[in-house]
Design a protein. Structure first.
Length: 398
């Protein structure tokens, strides 16, 4: 009897050369092959897992490997050429426009850097008369929260700087607030002028504090106006990080930064460097806006060019809610399950007739994604700083 001819397998649009010919329903999906990619749910799942794989989740709480960002930073060389090399790792987060997440970035990055055994000692300085930064730490009622008066007095009367210690482990805060407006007046005082002006005095006092307390990172929050407080921040910082929204207003807010940076460069901070732009408030379903932002930056023809960070900070209402809870985003993410259990219990009680009970609103799962965004941004900032420091030390060696 002649052998039965093999069943012919007709490649269809969904045919995959790697899988053995099998009835369509049992065919193995290969996520890397375009045909499989088009046709299977399995691919969608593996694509999702792939994305998660690249950006490990913080869902299991602060014990995960990505917990300690100190791991990611090779101890940088000290490459600042100005006399205050103590401030070689000071970052100003700035934009002349409000609402671009400056304060949220400062608070969240600072705490992520300080996490874990190998975390850094971080000093956070709030130079914004709105004084919102302390709310992110849940300490608005702290007895040392005097709306920035402590900072003004310390500068003018040569007192100790008003540091609130351990707003989170290894994170200290110099609080801001409406009294910072008094700095305009303080700049005209004779003692201040004799000390070389308010900018010089401020840098000197912060550098002394950093030296004495051994801070490894300084992060400065700035107001949404390009005035004296911005100038103080830019005289102190070695690096400038610029969050931008996707509206023209936030790009307009960037314009005034250049002249202030040039002034700081001339006035004793020659190494001040732009770290880059970070897109914030992005709808993750509209990532094409990132390309628009890139095109826009190119069209500005900046010299030297200012890069755009790969990381973006997404829009999600939980970003605002974390602050309302007095928690950082990753802290809220770690507590989400606990909150959710309490919410469900309240909901059950309500449905059973206890209508006096207040059922809290759910915390969206996107809180985890936002926590990941901040973690990734923190890492990218350190990588860029490291690159700058390596480049500077190489240039020095030549
Ligand atoms: N990822 C986010 N998505 C949506 N809203 C956010 C997010 N992060 C922060 N917010 C809210 O946006 C507002 C502005 O943020 P903020 O950090 O204070 O900006 P800025 O300091 O630039 O004025 C605040 O009300 C904050 O709660
Ligand atoms: Mg702010």
């Amino acid at each position: 009897m002649p052998p039965t001819p093999p069943t012919t397998y007709r490649p269809s649009r969904n045919w995959c050369p790697i899988s053995t010919p099998q009835p369509a329903r049992r065919r193995t999906a290969h996520a890397h092959h375009p045909a499989c990619r088009r046709s299977t749910f399995a691919h969608r799942r593996s694509r999702f897992q792939g994305r998660r794989g690249q950006r490990p989740s913080v869902r299991s709480g602060p014990s995960t490997a990505r917990h300690c960002i100190g791991e990611h930073w090779r101890r940088p060389v000290n490459s600042d050429t100005r006399s205050d090399s103590r401030l070689a790792r000071a970052i100003a987060v700035t934009n002349g426009k409000g609402g671009v997440r400056k304060t949220s970035i400062v608070a969240n990055l600072a705490t992520r850097y300080a996490e874990g055994d190998r975390g850094y000692r971080v000093l956070v300085i709030d130079l914004d008369p709105q004084g919102n930064l302390i709310n992110h730490f849940g300490l608005a009622d702290h007895p040392q929260n005097n709306g920035g008066l402590g900072l003004v007095t310390a500068l003018v009367e040569d007192q100790d700087l008003p540091v609130i210690h351990d707003v989170r482990p290894k994170v200290d805060l110099i609080v801001g607030g409406p009294r910072l407006k008094m700095l305009e007046n303080a700049a005209t005082f004779e003692e201040v002028i004799e000390a070389g002006g308010l900018e010089t005095l401020f840098v000197q006092r912060i550098a002394e504090l950093v030296d004495a307390a051994g801070y490894e990172l300084v992060i400065i929050d700035t107001p949404p106006s390009l005035g004296l407080q911005q100038a103080l921040a830019l005289h102190t910082a070695r690096y400038v990080l610029i969050p931008v929204g996707l509206d023209q207003d936030s790009w307009d807010g960037v314009r005034g930064i250049g002249p202030l940076v040039s002034r700081a460069r001339k006035n004793g901070n020659p190494d001040i460097t732009y770290l880059g732009f970070v897109v914030t408030g992005l709808d993750v379903n509209a990532k094409s806006y990132i390309e628009d932002a890139k095109d826009y930056i190119e069209s500005l023809e900046l010299d030297p060019p200012i890069p755009l960070f790969d990381t973006f900070i997404r829009y999600t209402p939980t970003g605002g809610r974390a602050r309302n809870f007095g928690l950082l985003v990753h802290e809220l993410a770690a507590k989400r399950n606990e909150f959710e259990l309490a919410r469900r219990k309240a909901l059950r009680d309500y449905r059973r007739g206890n209508t006096d009970i207040e059922v809290p609103k759910p915390i969206a799962m996107t809180v985890h994604d936002l926590a990941d965004d901040y973690f990734d941004l923190a890492k990218e900032v350190l990588t860029k700083i490291n690159q700058h420091e390596q480049a500077a030390s190489t240039a020095e060696g030549e």
